[in-house]
Design a protein around this ligand. Structure first.
Ligand code: 13P
Length: 254
């Protein structure tokens, strides 16, 4: 059975105060969630310590990005090894904001994925098409190419440390979500690409991201190839986020 995951990507939002209150509130309810659901908090790196204290091992913690080196004279960077040392379990790699604003390429994504899994962490590898690519009928080809290139260097035996998040760029922060049918179709296509790459595709969790809210999560999470969500804005509001965490169909087995 695949891991069900709800990950909250705070992006460059939050504060010390929010790290304490929001995470404290999520942690206090974590015990009431379905046993198979893993909650991951991904704050700005500077708040990782505060979030870990509040998470009390009931929640997992991740970082939004790591550098392409393990240590050295790279002012401003943090490494996958440091993220692990600090107590993180997850690293987001290749978020569309990193690709679009910071010019990250598929090649760099592949390098980082390899560093992350070699450091004993799980990489949440983000892929997704732009509106233009969707409207011109290229969505599936674009996403398939991102999956193939981004995961080209996963060492043998490390596939269990890979999670793929499909986040259509046009759905991020816009209030527009892919329909659950469209999202399911893309997740099935991603799973097929993984299978063709020789990965254990049936055991890799695939998350949907892009304007997931309390009122659309249940429809998305009931699709057979959607194993959870990568949540932006709604992860900053405890009630909304917990409602999303409770949106898996009861007793469903993938
Ligand atoms: P929103 O949920 O705010 O659309 O953000 C999605 C996202 O980019 C998560 O990584």
């Amino acid at each position: 059975m695949r891991r069900k995951i709800v990950a909250g990507n705070w992006k460059m939002n939050g504060s010390k105060d929010l790290s304490e209150k929001l995470v404290g509130s999520i942690r206090s309810e974590a015990g009431t969630l379905d046993k198979g659901v893993e909650v991951v908090i991904i704050p700005p790196a500077i708040y990782i310590g505060d979030v870990l204290v509040q998470a009390e091992n009931a929640l997992s913690v991740g970082v939004q990005n790591v550098g392409r080196w393990q240590s050295g004279a790279y002012t401003g960077e943090i490494s996958a090894g440091m993220a692990r040392d600090a107590g993180c379990r997850y690293v987001l790699v290749g978020h569309s904001e990193r690709r679009q604003i910071f010019g990250e390429t598929d090649e760099l994504v592949a390098e980082k994925v390899s560093l992350v899994v070699s450091s004993g962490l799980t990489a949440i590898v983000c892929v997704g098409e732009t509106l233009e690519e969707r409207e011109s009928g290229q969505a599936e080809a674009v996403v398939a190419a991102q999956v193939r290139a981004g995961l080209a260097s996963v060492p043998a035996g490390k596939w269990h440390d890979i999670v793929v998040a499909y986040e259509p760029v046009w759905a991020i922060g816009t209030g527009k979500t892919a329909t659950s049918d469209d999202a399911q179709a893309m997740h099935a296509a991603v799973r097929k690409v993984l299978k063709d790459m020789g990965a254990p595709s049936e055991s890799i969790s695939l998350l949907y991201g892009g304007s997931v809210k309390a009122d659309n999560a249940a429809a998305l999470f009931s699709e057979p190839d959607i194993d959870g969500g990568l949540i932006g804005g709604a992860s900053l509001v405890a009630k909304e986020f917990m409602c999303i965490c409770r949106s898996f169909p009861v007793g469903a087995e993938n």
